[in-house]
Design a protein around this ligand. Structure first.
Ligand SMILES: NC(=O)c1ccc[n+]([C@@H]2O[C@H](COP(=O)([O-])OP(=O)(O)OC[C@H]3O[C@@H](n4cnc5c(N)ncnc54)[C@H](O)[C@@H]3O)[C@@H](O)[C@H]2O)c1
Length: 248
């Protein structure tokens, strides 16, 4: 479960929901994250095994080491959730090389690293595993000042669909979930969510009239990882309160 340490984060919600279903959970994030250790302690109170495993998902050798550590501490992988992500808001003409490289490295290369390393481990162990990537409504819906972020999320759709085809023979399903708006850390610097008036204007775009709770994304992941989700692969499960409906 990558990018899962932060309070209010989607990864945290997914980890909580999987643990409530009895899954042992490896919580990943950057560095010696105190929030990550707190989440592990919380998950253990649910009676499941949990470990914090730090790794930068954009670093392939760190990801390979993370997968080996997870299997060593928790046993063979059944599910992998690639969720770590970063965003910047810049108009196209102002996008810097540093920002472009960072977003691609974490959002796209990072997901590739995690999914390739994890599914190689699943194939090696003969597990009929499940892969769930956190993409975004950006897969369908472009937002100004987010060209690079949107491009990375579009790239994830291509990755998911090809992985779904190639890994079906191993009994591995591959899907992505599309959050609309969660008021997590990543959005704290969003230029369109800084004032009450801007938040109210954003809410008018969402038929449900509120942001998602991270656990609502977590329940979608539970479905995709459950026996009920066995026939679902290559799919995009939008959990956006209707944000995209009627617009694209
Ligand atoms: N919040 C939203 O409205 C929204 C909407 C659509 C998609 N998403 C996606 O959901 C995912 C989770 O984001 P969130 O909303 O929970 O925000 P968040 O900032 O709380 O979570 C992102 C996590 O990724 C971690 N991370 C960043 N770089 C990393 C790296 N190199 N290696 C490992 N971990 C790293 C961060 O420390 C953080 O814990 C992201 O992929 C994001 O793009 C979020």
């Amino acid at each position: 479960m990558t990018g899962a340490a932060r309070e209010r984060g989607i990864g945290r919600g997914i980890a909580q929901c999987l643990a409530e279903e009895g899954c042992a959970v490896a919580v990943n994030d950057l560095g010696a994250d105190a929030d990550g250790h707190a989440l592990v302690a919380e998950l253990r109170t649910l009676g499941v095994a949990a470990e914090y495993v730090a790794a930068d998902v954009s670093d392939r050798s760190a990801v390979d080491a993370m997968i080996a550590t997870v299997e060593d501490r928790l046993g063979p992988l059944d599910f992998v959730c690639s969720n770590a992500g970063v965003a910047d808001w810049q108009s196209l003409l102002d996008v810097t090389e540093e920002s472009f490289d960072r977003l691609v490295a974490v959002n796209l290369t990072g997901a590739f690293n995690v999914c390739q390393a994890a599914t190689a481990a699943m194939v090696a162990s003969g597990r009929r595993g499940r892969v769930v990537i956190t993409s975004s409504v950006h897969v369908q819906m472009p937002f100004p000042e987010m060209a690079v972020y949107g491009a990375t999320k579009g790239g994830l759709k291509g990755l998911v669909e090809t992985m779904a085809i190639e890994l079906a023979e191993h009994g591995i399903t591959v899907n992505h979930i599309g959050p609309g708006w969660v008021q997590s850390f990543i959005n704290d610097t969003s230029p369109s969510l800084q004032t009450d008036a801007e938040v109210a204007a954003t809410l008018t775009l969402i038929p449900a009239g509120r942001p998602a709770d991270p656990r609502e994304l977590g329940r979608a992941v539970v479905y995709l990882c459950s026996a009920d989700g066995e026939y679902v692969t290559g799919a995009y499960v939008r959990v956006d309160g209707g944000f995209v409906v009627g617009k694209y």
